[in-house]
Design a protein. Structure first.
Length: 134
């Protein structure tokens, strides 16, 4: 069984550019530039759907992406244009840099252009690289 989240977006072309050029997703099915539309992305063998259709999800949701190295992702994303307010190395603020959580994970929270949060999480209890999710 596979569970595939659908993330709501306003402008498909803008969202596809962000997810593929900054966050390492691959677009495997593009619905086109005319909204509303639907597209499918892949990262590390897992699928994520983007939809600009009114009834598909709500803005502001959070999606978890497991990874082996949050810090390496953060550095790579910043070289690709990920904007971070304030000090990018501040360990206590989400959306600015990797943070050690009290529950034992290290996390990086990234907002997409529509205010949805992608949480890159290291140390979730199993190794994502065994499943191809680096």
């Amino acid at each position: 069984m596979a569970i595939i989240p659908t993330v709501r977006c306003r402008r498909m072309k803008t969202s596809i550019a962000f997810y593929t050029k900054v966050l390492d997703f691959e677009c495997v099915e593009y619905g086109g530039d005319g909204d509303p539309t639907f597209s499918v992305l892949m990262r590390g063998g897992s699928l994520l759907c983007l939809s600009s259709h009114g009834g598909d999800g709500t803005f502001g949701q959070a999606i978890l992406v497991l990874t082996d190295n949050v810090d390496a992702l953060f550095r790579r994303f910043r070289t690709r244009g990920l904007k971070t307010p304030g000090n990018p190395d501040a360990p206590t603020e989400v959306h600015e840099g990797p943070i050690n959580q009290s529950w034992g994970t290290r996390e990086l929270y990234v907002d997409d252009p529509d205010g949805n949060t992608i949480r890159f999480v290291q140390g979730f209890g199993f190794t994502p690289s065994a499943q191809g999710n680096a």
